[in-house]
Design a protein around this ligand. Structure first.
Ligand code: GLV
Ligand code: GLV
Length: 315
């Protein structure tokens, strides 16, 4: 029987049982991911692997795994995989798009609301014994109604965020490589979007073009009270530049569900800033969504085995 290695315990054991009807399956049962050597050792002789976004599937790994036929990544993003090398080696790569769109859009909006109403700061103030008598001038946030939301990256998640924003009567503009026919908002050049937005939310996938996409020169253009949200990938923002922009009050605040690196060091100066909120990559972190992601990854493996076809091939 062909072998499959799965790099983490999946949300439902029945999914593994389905897979066992077709493969010999080994699951990495530790809560932390296998390191480079462990991953290499476990994947040796495997027909397929089921990976998380934490597994770095680079050129070296692919070249050393001559038997590998498929990498089923349990994520929408696949920036952890060297797609070019996989292609050259004729290895199928699949992802789990669509099922996490709403969860990620909801998390994005949760962050937007938190920052608009300054909830992390306000909560911290209570813990610091700074909640005095009701004060008409204390902890004033921003409204959403009629505010400009700029969405960078009008893919499925960006689209879902725009729909939620519409129900809050926000004005929605977006920037992407091309205007989209079905996007619920107005297309804008990046420069104009940066200048006019009260809130900016990033929904790009990470690749060579988007690495370090937003940096010092962009922060300088933003409104002084602009709030930046990132639920895509940490590397899309230049974090040092962001820290600098926050420290010098060039922008109002930032909420990051993704950082570079992940996990962020608990001593990072970003975490010292009152107006930066960081969550630990929770975009798809709901029970229902993680189940669906795992099921799609498993189904991709089975489908490739039985039909030589994958519904979610990325190359
Ligand atoms: C999560 O970030 C994913 O790409 O699925
Ligand atoms: C991914 O699903 C996206 O938003 O493009």
């Amino acid at each position: 029987m062909d072998k499959i290695f799965i790099t983490r315990i999946l949300p439902d054991v029945q999914l593994i049982n389905n897979l066992k009807e077709h493969f010999e399956v080994e699951v990495w049962e530790k809560s932390s991911p296998p390191n480079t050597e462990e991953l290499l050792m476990k994947s040796k002789d495997c027909w397929g692997i089921l990976t998380m976004l934490t597994e770095k599937i680079d050129n070296d790994f692919i070249i050393k795994n001559q038997k590998l036929k498929i990498i089923a990544n349990m994520a929408a993003g696949f920036d952890n995989i060297d797609i070019e090398t996989a292609k050259q080696q004729n290895i199928m790569v699949t992802n789990t798009p669509d099922v996490l769109t709403e969860s990620t859009a909801e998390l994005t909006f949760a962050l937007l609301l938190l920052m608009a109403k300054r909830l992390p700061e306000a909560n911290q103030a209570i813990r610091n014994n700074q909640w005095g008598p009701w004060n008409p001038n204390w902890m004033l946030g921003k409204d959403l109604k009629n505010a400009n939301l700029g969405i960078i990256g009008p893919g499925k998640i960006g689209n879902a965020v725009a729909k939620i924003a519409k129900s809050f009567s926000m004005k929605i503009n977006y920037y992407g490589r091309d205007p989209k026919i079905d996007f619920p908002g107005n297309y804008m050049q990046l420069e104009k979007l940066l200048v006019t937005s009260d809130y900016i939310s990033i929904h790009l996938s990470l690749n060579n073009e988007t690495n370090n996409f937003l940096n010092a020169k962009h922060f300088k253009k933003m409104k002084q009270d602009a709030i930046l949200i990132n639920t895509s990938r940490g590397k899309i923002i230049n974090q040092d530049d962001l820290l600098q922009a926050i420290q010098s009050n060039e922008i109002g605040g930032a909420a990051l569900d993704v950082t570079d690196p992940e996990p962020i060091d608990s001593s990072s100066p970003l975490l010292q800033m009152q107006n930066i909120f960081v969550s630990p990559h929770l975009g798809s972190a709901t029970k229902a969504t993680r189940y669906k992601m795992a099921k799609i990854a498993i189904d991709n493996l089975i489908s490739y085995k039985i039909k030589n076809y994958c519904p979610n091939a990325v190359i």
